[in-house]
Design a protein around this ligand. Sequence first.
Ligand SMILES: CC(C)(COP(=O)(O)OP(=O)(O)OC[C@H]1O[C@@H](n2cnc3c(N)ncnc32)[C@H](O)[C@@H]1OP(=O)(O)O)[C@@H](O)C(=O)NCCC(=O)NCCS
Length: 167
Amino acid sequence: MSSLNIEIRPITPPEVPAIASLAREIWQASYPGIITQEQIDFMLEQRYGHERLYDDLEDAHKWLDQAIHDGRRVGFAFSELYKGEFKLDKLYIHPDVQRRGVGGQLIAHVAERARKQGYPCVILQVNKRNVKAINSYMKYGFSVRETMVDDIGRGYVMDDFVMEKKL
Ligand SMILES: CC(C)(COP(=O)(O)OP(=O)(O)OC[C@H]1O[C@@H](n2cnc3c(N)ncnc32)[C@H](O)[C@@H]1OP(=O)(O)O)[C@@H](O)C(=O)NCCC(=O)NCCS
């Protein structure tokens, strides 16, 4: 299918509830089979609670971008400075429009921001079992740097690859 024309623009506070529900919709379509429903609910609450998102928007070291196609919000990418590196922290595209280049365009946007700020690479963390995402990151120039098991509280862990794309 042809690549989708999108506009990328910053998320604003009134859009927080819409981002939280888009996240839930995409997570429900993507993560069953990779993590348990309980872990999905816990992580959504931890990362996409409205207060948490309002805080993220006020953080000078975080950038929250969304992709709009034909007036419809189809995905988002969060990036941030993390332990001295530039990190793509979240990348989520609605299942209706996956595999049409939206993820690639958001990655390019974030990579350009990192490059302008003088960072040598963009890093990210991805669940080791999320083959679809790992494939797309490899397509866009990321490779695995290390593995990481992160304790995220309440007995849950993230069993991840850290990937890096040189700029
Ligand atoms: C992973 C994700 C961000 C990629 O965004 P996207 O807009 O679908 O990706 P693009 O169209 O730019 O790139 C497509 C590439 O991704 C990979 N990919 C995407 N969907 C895939 C699928 N269903 N099966 C296999 N590979 C897939 C392929 O490498 C594909 O390249 P190809 O079409 O040339 O084979 C998106 O699929 C998504 O949001 N997935 C669910 C949530 C998620 O896992 N996010 C990442 C968390 S770390």
